[in-house]
Design a protein around this ligand. Sequence first.
Ligand SMILES: Cc1ncc(COP(=O)(O)O)c(C=O)c1O
Length: 415
Amino acid sequence: MTLATDRLRPLFPALAREHAGREAVYFDGPAGTQTPIAVIDAIGNYLRRCNANHGGLFATSRESDQLLHETHEAVAALLGADDPDTVSFGANMTTLTFAFSRALSRTWAPGDEVIVTRLDHDANVTPWTLAARDAGATVKTVELTESLTLDIEDFRSKLSERTKLVAVGAASNSTGAINPVRAIADAAHAAGALVFVDAVHYAPHQLLDVRQMDCDFLACSAYKFFGPHVGILWGRREWMESLEPYKVRPAANRIPDRWMTGTQNHECLAGVKAAVEYLAEVAALAGDSVVAATAPLRERLVESYRHIQEHERSLCGRLLAGIAELPAIRVWGEADPQRQEARVSTLSITHRERSSTDVATHLAERGVFAWNGNYYALNLTESLGLEPDGMVRLGIVHYNTEEEVDYVLSCLREL
Ligand SMILES: Cc1ncc(COP(=O)(O)O)c(C=O)c1O
């Protein structure tokens, strides 16, 4: 089943951009998705109507406070969290994770251990490595299986009563592999460790559920799910209240304020709320909704993400099946079009004879916007011996179409 993208695409002004005599093909979603007009309008309207700092007694400040509160509620619904105060915002996932790692590592001591993975984006590796170094703790790295999934046996062998934190991604921004976060969290908790999940890559593809994942902390970024550049950090209330953040004295010490340093990007927070609302409306906008428009946000998100997932799986299966007929191209990680449950719709490829820079240039000249390099999943490209040229990433999100997949395949065939 595919989504009625002809109804959704006109809502994204950027998608009308032309390049090389045709509509540009945005396969760069993993590095940042395009935004619907509702998000763009929400940002502009905030600046037009109630631009003010928060906490004042006058109308624009009160309206700003109300809007910020509604954004916390909307993002809590997106994460499956029942408490909007457990959601904090900041510049981006990397900045939030660096700040949070400093606070969390105050609870570590020499001899303690931290586990990161070979598959993660560096934003979920280096903040923990540096924090561990400062605390005198040791870092262990979970290795990969031959099919480039996390080696769970290796993870279990590295987990011990000395482990304080396991930092793992929900999905790889390189191979698209979905990691077994719940099983990892169960094992980590049994050993007395906490779990930090990088959900940046997962969030546009599958509905997050912090309760189901049973993680302790989770970070993501709104610009990867059709919103503006804002980072998101969620944490269990008991930890967000008890850990000691680096903050200025006059800032409130209650959650979430104690984690939100400085003045926030209010206009973009208005855009984040609009992005979550857009996601909740995807099924209805595509004319395929059985859930009432008045149903709770989370219920509408569940329905929309079901459609998004089916659409992306159909397109990704088509892309994988097409690539299977091109012997010069290698897919890194899961390449079976029938095994979609193991991945999100992001693939990394290399060409037998052409560099990744060449392949990405060839695509760019034909109006296909796709990334090449390591996309900061540096542990992975280093261990595969793919530095410095890296791979080419083909990222499908719900606004992409079958016709675009066929066009990208025809461009790859020319190589
Ligand atoms: C999987 C993953 N984690 C973390 C990040 C870093 O996010 P941010 O740009 O919000 O710092 C990215 C960005 O590409 C990512 O793809």
